[in-house]
Design a protein around this ligand. Structure first.
Ligand code: HEM
Length: 161
C-alpha cells in the first residue's frame, strides 16, 4: 500500500517537473481562483496560496472567537472553513517544487503531504477541544495549530528572486 501511495505522489511530482519542459500545466502552477481570498494586497500566485490565505483568515477569526465560549458556533464554522481550505491545499504542490533537485522531489512531495495531514489533525484536535468547551485545551490546541506555520514555510517555501 505504501508503495502505491509513494508512486502516486511521485507521479504528481514528476508532472510538476514535466511543466518545465512541456506545455502541460499541473494544478499546482495554475492560476488561482480569480476571486482570490484573504486580505493580501496582490492576487494570490497559485491555488495553494489562495487556500493558504483562507487558512490565515480562519486563524485570525479564531484568535478572537475562541476566547468567548458564547461564540463556539462561530469557532466551529471557522474551523470547518480552515479544514476545507486545508483539504484542497493538501492536494496541491508547492510552487518551489521545480527548484528542488530532481532526485529529492518525490520525498519532498511526500513530506509536504504529511505536513498538511498534520495540519488537518491539529485542526481536528482543536475542533474536539471546542466541542468539549474547556478553555485551556482550546488555547493549547490553537497554539499547536498556529505554531505550524513558520517551520512549514521554512521547509516548503522559498524567497522570491
Ligand atoms: C498553520 C497555519 C498556516 C498559515 C496561517 C499559512 C499561511 C500562508 C500564507 C498567508 C501564504 C501566502 C504567502 C505568504 O503570505 O506567506 C502561505 C504560503 C504557503 N504555505 Fe502556508 N500557512 C500555514 C501552514 C502551512 C503548512 C503546514 C504548509 C506545508 C505543509 C504550508 C505551505 C505553504 C506553501 C508551500 C506556500 C507557498 C504557496 C505556493 O507554493 O504556491 N503552509 N501560507
Amino acid at each position: 500500500m505504501k508503495t502505491i501511495v509513494i508512486a502516486a505522489l511521485t507521479l504528481a511530482a514528476a508532472v510538476g517537473g514535466a511543466s518545465l519542459c512541456s506545455n502541460a500545466t499541473p494544478r499546482a502552477f495554475q492560476d488561482p481562483e480569480p476571486q482570490g481570498k484573504g486580505k493580501e494586497d496582490h492576487a494570490p500566485d497559485s491555488v495553494l496560496e489562495s487556500h493558504m490565505h483562507g487558512i490565515e483568515d480562519a486563524l485570525h477569526a479564531l484568535r478572537r472567537s475562541l476566547k468567548d465560549p458564547a461564540k463556539s458556533a462561530d469557532s466551529l464554522a471557522s474551523i470547518a472553513k480552515l479544514q476545507t481550505d486545508a483539504v484542497v491545499a493538501k492536494s496541491e504542490l508547492p510552487r518551489m517544487l521545480p527548484h528542488v533537485p530532481e532526485a529529492e522531489r518525490a520525498a519532498f512531495v511526500v513530506e509536504y503531504r504529511r505536513e498538511m495531514v498534520r495540519l488537518l489533525e491539529a485542526s481536528l484536535k482543536l475542533e474536539s477541544a471546542v466541542l468539549d468547551g474547556k478553555p485551556e485545551p482550546i488555547q493549547a490546541a490553537f497554539e499547536a495549530l498556529r505554531s505550524m506555520e513558520d517551520p512549514a514555510h521554512d521547509r516548503f517555501t522559498e524567497e522570491e528572486k
